[in-house]
Ligand binder design. Structure first.
Ligand code: AMP
Length: 411
């Protein structure tokens, strides 16, 4: 028989390892809700043209990494490599933004990359988009949200690498200056950089293969118009007030073409794998128009869940069951199973081992299944009590059945 394997560059995330993934998802949904964001749910595939236009022809993502296919009617479709273009497309299609819209998303993205740790062909992003707001506080809020998410996920020592790439008008003159600089060093540039230079010379700035060649290149932050300059000053001041550590990174331009003004990435200082950014974002005030919508200022971020989980401190899986019910003998099984149902109705995360098993085997199952405590249904049941054991501390006691919720809350 053929043994099937998952496609190259994909991960299967099974219990119990998936506990960390649900923790990430729940934490993000909860936290983005606290900041006033609500989910936007869009298709996993879109017309290829959307990404070509929205993400940018000159980007590596569009140039090399798209999962593009023709459907049965011959339409060219692409599995989404990121979600911002889809969210903006959907909002334009629904009539645009009235006032502001704060949207969040969570889900798989697809890029045909050379797989390695933290670089997958199907990977997961959680993100927010703050649509219709031009104030610098929106940038500060979004940067803070990503930073707090990393704190809540126990990713230690995160720094925000921050830059501004100005507005399109500022970039005209700058682009000419940068192109002239690159032309002088054309022999030192990688083939990739040469190709990019024509389409978007900014992309050469953060090319890993061209670090030496672009040392000393003019950078966008020195070529800002007054509005972009004031905006960036306000973003920095806002981050200072909130105590969010950042480092200016004048060559950071990010891999997607739609950004203007503020761009940033989250870099865990102690995580020195090759793939260092665990998330990033930026302002994209022109994307709505580029995709046929009304002018709508916007800023957003995307957090890379796969990399965040790799960068988390500690590898211990959270214990997810409040209680594991153990029957002291076969005679107690029906009673125990009925109680289990009542516990679940009361919202207690509870389970038990089914079938005929020794008490020892049931305790073992409790541990394996990640229970925090065990309750034994046995002789004390007749007096309205159970024996409970805290599996983390090992303490054991007999308590009245109706006190179980309070006991769980204390342990
Ligand atoms: P981007 O949309 O390219 O700025 O990506 C945002 C975040 O998604 C990055 O900082 C990474 O953490 C994550 N990411 C991007 N591409 C991949 C990939 N191929 N595999 C895993 N994570 C990725």
């Amino acid at each position: 028989m053929t043994r099937f394997r998952g496609p190259k560059g994909t991960d299967d995330i099974l219990p119990p390892a998936s506990r960390v993934w649900s923790r990430a998802e729940l934490t993000f949904i909860e936290l983005s809700g606290v900041y006033g964001y609500e989910p936007a749910i869009t298709p996993i595939f879109e017309s290829t043209e959307l990404f070509a236009r929205g993400v940018g022809e000159a980007t590596e993502v569009v140039d090399k990494q798209m999962y593009t296919f023709a459907d049965k009617a011959g339409r060219s479709l692409t599995l989404r490599p990121e979600a911002t273009a889809s969210v903006v497309r959907a909002v334009i299609q629904a009539g645009g933004v009235q006032g502001v819209m704060k949207a969040s998303y969570w889900g798989p993205m697809f890029r045909y990359e050379r797989p390695q740790a933290g670089r997958k062909r199907q990977f997961y992003q959680a993100g927010v988009e703050y649509l219709g707001e031009s104030a610098p506080e929106a940038d500060v809020e979004v940067i803070e949200l990503g930073y707090r998410f990393l704190q809540e996920m126990d990713v230690p020592d995160v720094e925000v690498a921050l830059n501004t790439i100005g507005d399109p008008a500022d970039r005209e003159a700058y682009r000419a200056e940068l192109t002239a600089f690159l032309q002088e060093r054309i022999d030192l540039l990688s083939e990739d950089a040469k190709a990019r230079m024509e389409l978007n010379p900014l992309r050469v700035l953060d090319s890993k293969a061209d670090v030496e060649a672009v040392a000393g290149a003019p950078v966008p932050i020195d070529h800002l118009g007054p509005d972009a300059f004031a905006h960036f000053e306000a973003v920095k001041a806002g981050l200072d007030r909130l105590g969010i550590p950042y480092r200016l990174e004048p060559r950071l331009v990010r891999g997607l073409d739609y950004y203007n003004r503020t761009v940033w990435e989250y870099i865990p200082r102690r995580y020195d794998a090759a793939q260092s950014a665990v998330g990033g974002g930026g302002r994209y005030d022109q994307l709505f128009e580029l995709l046929g919508g009304r002018p709508t200022p916007a800023v957003g971020l995307a957090m890379g869940i796969d990399r965040i989980i790799l960068a988390m401190a500690g590898s211990e899986l959270p214990r997810i069951l409040d209680l594991f019910v153990v029957a002291a003998g076969p005679a107690w099984r029906d009673e125990a199973f009925a109680w289990l149902s009542r516990l679940r109705h009361a919202g207690i995360r509870a389970d038990m081992a089914l079938g005929d098993r020794s008490v020892k085997a049931q305790f073992k199952a409790a541990d394996r299944r990640g229970a925090r405590a065990v309750a034994v249904v046995g002789d004390e049941w007749a007096t309205g009590a159970v024996t409970v054991k805290d599996l983390e501390t090992g303490t054991q006691q007999v308590i009245p059945i109706e006190e179980i919720t309070a006991w769980i809350a204390e342990h």
